[in-house]
Write a new protein. Sequence first.
Length: 227
Amino acid sequence: MSAVQQGSAGSAGSAESPAGDLRAAVAELDLKPALEAVLMVVDEPATEEHLAKVLERPRRAVADALRELADEYTVQGRGFELRLVAGGWRFYTRPAYAPAVEGFVLDGQHARLTQAALETLAVVAYRQPVSRSRVSAVRGVNCDGVMRTLLQRGLVEEAGAEPETGAILYRTTNYFLERMGLRGLDELPELAPFLPEADAIEADTQEGVPSFDPDAPDAPGYEDADD
């Protein structure tokens, strides 16, 4: 082999060695501490598949280790917990210690959704995909301003258009599931226990009632007080 060929081969080998060295180093790490280290820096729930790929381990081993860690934190009564949310795993403050975190982060300033925003978000969550006019019909007040707020906060997103009218439809996002601590929409609580007259409300919001036009100047609540 010529000197040039030897030099080229050496360069290729050196270029590949850092990645190979990193994979080897990762593979030698203890799985549970490695998972803890990665989960400390994620900004969204990490899937088992992604964690398995990053840590060079079988998915089953990663899944078992994650559940063991979650159980250990609960048994130890730690101030945080490991939860499976929106298809991935992430650390969360244990609810019992939420006041301590809220006091530290907010320092007396509340950054909560308004009652109007919470009501609008609930309508979208339970009736999605749903148009703005349908949400306004359910609430009996124009919801355009509140919907813009929910869109800006990443809690709802566009989900196509209604075939009959062309109106934009909206649905909740994975970020909504994450913030609510839900694995999926099927974990939303049943409405019946909270709404004794749910049947009447449902009847009032069927096809006959949404003749309400939230954009009409004479519509009830046209002045967007929720903005």
